[in-house]
Design a protein around this ligand. Sequence first.
Ligand SMILES: *Cc1c(COP(=O)(O)O)cnc(C)c1O
Length: 429
Amino acid sequence: MKYINSLNFATGLDSKDPLKKFRKKFLFPKHKGREALYFTGNSLGLEPASVKKYINAELEDWAKYAVEGHFDARNPWYSYHEMFAAPLAKLMGAKTHEVVAMNQLTVNLHLMMVSFYRPGKKRYKIICESNAFPSDQYALQTHVQSHGLSPDKALIEIGPRKGENLVRKEDILKAIEDNADELALVIIGGVNYLTGQLMDMPAITKAAHKVGAYAAFDLAHAAGNIELKLHDWDIDFAVWCTYKYMNSGPGAVAGAFIHEKHTKNQKLPRFAGWWGYDKKTRFQMNRNFEPMKTAEGWQLSNAPIFSMAAHKASLDVFMEAGGMQPLCKKSKVLTGYLEFIIGELNRKIKDKKIKLEIITPTDPSQRGCQLSIIAHGMGRDFYNTLTKSGVFCDWRNPNVVRLAPVPLYNSFEDVWRFGQTVEQALKLK
Ligand SMILES: *Cc1c(COP(=O)(O)O)cnc(C)c1O
């Protein structure tokens, strides 16, 4: 598409946007009396306006039914989590029995590692990213240590080459080949949190399986952002949080995917709790654990209903929007527009020392909606300037500003206004 840096052009795209009515379903923070420019859906998605109603319904049912609410509430709490199977399957490209909403992301990562990282004398290595999110790093390190192994030996971290910002696929594939006989698991962020780079998950999975290792992905920045086909890609397990692009609220209940070839295997080691027990016989309180043959077999505790009510409100919005396909269609154009506007800013910046470098891949098939910028010559001042001007974005050490125009609630006008705001702040006009 040929983009134009004008309000008319932006509002023209908005008026033709089939998803435009969804903006009104979200609550925007204000800056000087008007809706702020919110580009931080990669960190905390906006609150769906319907969340209050969903949570209130549970508060009412708690008051009305008390303990009987487990079975008598409008959405009985006993089976509440089952309502997520269909929408999560659709959004994650999974079968309904391969997904479950439970716990938190890092908790789920640990639970999955218990089942899928069983180091032996020979196979004990894990391939991961050197620029992974710290929580994942800590989880992997301590997990390796819990097996009496040294992270220095067991963790093979793949990072960008010297002088580059992105991880090359061929470097991951080569590391898999090089460690073929010792490799137990490959675990990578589906979309890197810092650079916004989308990894080739099918290719990495195929390569891992070829050498006899498991392939897993952290989808914190992929869930609700890109189209996923976890089942068809044959991924062994995946975990994600839901407060980022999934708009389910701070610390909301997270999710996990376990491929059906594993869910049926009741012998797979795991850390168990009563909520993973076969539903039909759960209340017989038998001594020996018999897991469900679905992803639910990894649940530990009964469901956090209030957090799940917000998750439900949000997933209902995703379903109404038609899932990831229409969202990604808009996302590509919207993020492309932001990329264009940043190019316009660079054209107008006269100070030779200052340049806004986008480190996210230019190829739309290698990214979601986030663009990561290094503001050469400005660094953190650029982020501070944006924040003061009413732009919500975030800063990640050592030098990255992340901006994510989200197709569900951001408009082309938002992106155009962003350009205008920066022009004013940097006195480019
Ligand atoms: C956001 C994020 C987390 C956060 O972990 P929680 O357990 O939800 O606190 C972990 N890993 C990655 C890659 C993330 O982007």
